[in-house]
Design a binder for this molecule. Structure first.
Ligand code: C5P
Length: 406
């Protein structure tokens, strides 16, 4: 039974950024302190980092901090008489491989969305020809504000890559969406974007999480699934350089950096979203799709009574089997959670759904856990992966996928 070599997949996900020229723009927000660690990680990965700070950013962290970490003078003004011919915004943006703004404040996102250029950072963002990545950080109400939503939509339409934000405790004492991603997560995402990873140029459509099948407007049927495995696979695929579209049922998870999430509820919505995102090179079905939905869900709340109550269920479409049977089917990867006889049931499922690769696990070992024990089934046989956290398992799965694609 071949066992995959797994040592080198256990790292942080940051691969080498040697000789990559990154402009790190820092705007005004408390998360500016995290940008110092980010600068250190990028330099450690081999990148040449030039830091540009807005006036507000300098209220939070001194330029000297970034100068010490990047080994380069920090640029703060469009009007710096000492900087050559006064065209620093043009020179900098011409030589950069990528501009990263982290943290990106609500104000700076608004500026970018409107193409304003009234300081060095906004001017070089407008003058650049390389990729622009932003890692927003702000109070949850500011993130939810309609104006910010509009600005974000515009930036995504303008091909700006948005990393995060994450949910959690905020500096203002409130809890919600708006925290900047951790420095290590941003660095890992950049290495995926900048390195010609083994999945560069590949489009991967995925499903994750449970589906929710309505009984009436307030009740429903669902499967037990945290979505953790699917989100880990999405992160690992993005780190390997793929374009990842994650069609996700209801979960509490934040989409991994660089991954585009489409939120759905029912199996029917999941199927429609997947088919709309195809064609792709790879389809990975991690979702725990409900096998049945309610025939004729009620449009009004069903009143409680003590009488016996019968639900008529009808089978949901099998999204994976349908995609695998398409004439221009992508390379399809399935998951199978079993409670017994894993090898027998998983291999039978792989053959029935005509899949080149199926990932099996024992449901009782995995459900809701942070670690997993997976076995890969393909035409060559079984490949058990070592017991490890889900992200490590996901990275090993992606490595195996790469070898099969090649
Ligand atoms: O539920 P089952 O064990 O058949 O799931 C196996 C694989 O098929 C999983 O990858 C799951 O995401 C996928 N699936 C699907 N649509 C369904 C049921 C399962 O895509 N309706």
């Amino acid at each position: 039974m071949p066992v995959l070599s797994w040592k080198c997949a256990l790292g942080s996900g940051v691969v080498s950024l040697t000789h990559k020229k990154i402009i790190l723009g820092v705007t005004g927000g408390i998360a500016a302190y995290k940008a110092a660690e980010l600068c250190r990680l990028l330099v450690k990965a081999g990148a040449e980092v030039r830091v540009v700070m807005t006036a507000a950013a300098q209220q939070f962290v001194a330029p000297l901090t970034f100068q010490a970490l990047s080994g380069q003078p920090v640029l703060t003004s469009l009007w710096d008489a000492a900087s050559g011919d006064g065209m620093e915004h043009i020179h900098l943006s011409r030589t950069a491989d990528l501009v990263l703004v982290a943290p990106a404040s609500a104000d700076f996102l608004a500026k970018l969305a409107h193409g304003r250029a009234d300081d060095l950072l906004s001017t070089l963002c407008l003058a650049r020809s390389c990729r622009l990545v932003v890692a927003p950080a702000m109070n949850r109400e500011m993130w939810a504000a309609l104006a910010t939503r509009r600005n974000l939509e515009q930036l995504v339409a303008d091909d700006v890559t948005v990393l995060g934000p994450a949910a959690g405790e905020q500096a203002c004492g409130e809890t919600g969406l708006g925290r900047m991603l951790e420095a290590s997560e941003i660095a890992a995402a950049l290495s995926g974007l900048l390195s010609a990873g083994p999945l560069a140029g590949k489009r991967i459509v995925m499903t994750a999480g449970p589906t929710f099948e309505a009984i009436d407007p307030v009740r429903g049927l669902t499967n037990r699934s945290s979505g953790k495995m699917g989100y880990a696979v999405a992160q690992a695929a993005a780190e390997a350089g793929a374009e990842v579209i994650l069609v996700s049922g209801p979960t509490c998870l934040t989409p991994p950096a660089g991954v585009r999430r489409i939120a759905v509820e029912s199996a029917a919505e999941m199927r429609a979203a997947v088919l709309a995102e195809l064609p792709g090179d790879v389809f990975i079905a991690v979702a725990a799709v409900a096998d049945y939905r309610v025939d004729g869900a009620a449009t009004q709340k069903i009143k409680k009574s003590t009488d016996p109550f019968t639900l008529q269920l009808i089978a949901n479409p099998d999204i994976l089997a349908e995609v695998a049977a398409l004439p221009d089917a992508p390379f399809c990867v399935g998951f199978a959670a079993e409670t017994e006889r894993l090898a027998e049931y998983a291999e039978a499922k792989r053959l029935r759904k005509k899949l080149p690769l199926l990932v099996g696990n024992l449901a009782q070992d995995t459900l809701g856990q942070d670690a997993a024990e997976l076995v890969l089934f393909d035409a060559q046989g079984q490949h058990p992966l070592p017991h490890a956290d889900k992200l490590t398992q996901a990275r090993l799965l992606v490595r195996h996928l790469v070898t099969l694609l090649n």
